[in-house]
Ligand binder design. Structure first.
Ligand SMILES: NC(=O)c1ccc[n+]([C@@H]2O[C@H](COP(=O)([O-])OP(=O)(O)OC[C@H]3O[C@@H](n4cnc5c(N)ncnc54)[C@H](OP(=O)(O)O)[C@@H]3O)[C@@H](O)[C@H]2O)c1
Length: 256
């Protein structure tokens, strides 16, 4: 399977690295196009077998999957000249560009996917949202398999993408904000910034593992830590008094 990635920025570069470390394709069958060479050279320094080019048409020619990872306002100018068509599969990362719009720049009957990873794709721990059009079950499964290899992937309806983006793509910033706030508390209480960060990050990691691996729910897990009259319930109630849950709900809804 030959995979072309147009745009070697944060997202395109991370996907190229994820693919090169996965088993879906040979590294030599990944071709990345970018107008400037610096990012391409960095990719090739890490994975010498990756092919690189400054020519989008060259990258797209003969590719089974074309992944477009340029800024949303560049999608039209990138797609129109290369004109992807069946049996190729188009994958767009561009936030806010609908499948209906994408279909205007390509063969409208071809399989089109929109994907929204988050920045953890860099460490192959992304929450990647996917929606598809004109795609077979096998093609949907292929996309899920590829992006499950870089974290966790979920197939959604296009109308669910905005809400899901708020939770997972913007949401990673809110989680980091929580870490930052907890670190400030740790530092005030005499812990070093580095240790504070590691403690909170590992606690988050543990909470995430519990939720993702078990048949459980946050309430059940909170209950396990909350001894009557103990210190955890005092802190939890402080969060309630400060409007923590309400602030999170408002933040998520504001990001739609
Ligand atoms: N960042 C996120 O958290 C996130 C999450 C989900 C989705 N997205 C989406 O992912 C897409 C890429 O975002 P990003 O953060 O990776 O942006 P980025 O780092 O700016 O990467 C965009 C890349 O596209 C290249 N490029 C510009 N014009 C091009 C052209 N005509 N042909 C080929 N390549 C071209 C740029 O090259 P030069 O810089 O060398 O000019 C750059 O390397 C966006 O559409 C965004 O909406 C981002």
């Amino acid at each position: 399977m030959r995979i072309a990635i147009i745009g070697a920025g944060n997202m395109g570069g991370a996907i190229a690295c994820g693919l090169a470390q996965g088993h879906f394709t040979e590294t030599r069958d990944i071709i990345v196009a970018n107008p400037h060479n610096e990012k391409l050279q960095k990719l090739q320094a890490r994975f010498p077998d990756i092919q690189v080019t400054n020519d989008n048409k060259e990258a797209a020619r003969g590719a089974d999957i074309i992944i477009v990872a340029v800024k949303p306002w560049k999608v039209k100018e990138v797609l129109s000249p290369i004109h992807p068509q069946r049996p190729q599969i188009l994958v767009s990362l561009a936030a806010g560009i609908s499948m209906e719009q994408l279909a205007q720049y390509v063969d409208p009957e071809m399989p089109i996917f929109r994907i929204i990873p988050n920045t953890a794709i860099d460490v192959r721990a992304s929450m990647t949202l996917i929606c598809g059009r004109n795609a077979s079950d096998e093609q949907r499964q292929l996309l899920l398999d590829i992006f499950n290899g870089m974290g966790l992937a979920m197939m959604l309806k296009e109308e669910q993408l905005e809400a899901a983006t708020a939770l997972s793509s913007c949401g990673i910033a809110y989680v980091l904000k929580y870490v930052q706030a907890a670190m400030q508390a740790g530092i005030e209480m005499g812990l070093s910034p580095q240790n504070s960060m590691r403690m909170v990050a590992q606690s988050l990691h543990g909470a995430a593992e519990i939720l993702l691996k078990g048949d459980t729910h946050p309430s059940v897990e909170i209950d396990k830590v909350t001894t009557p009259g103990g210190i955890t319930i005092k802190g939890l109630n402080e969060l309630e008094h400060a409007g923590f849950a309400s602030a999170v709900i408002r933040a998520m809804k504001a990001s739609r």
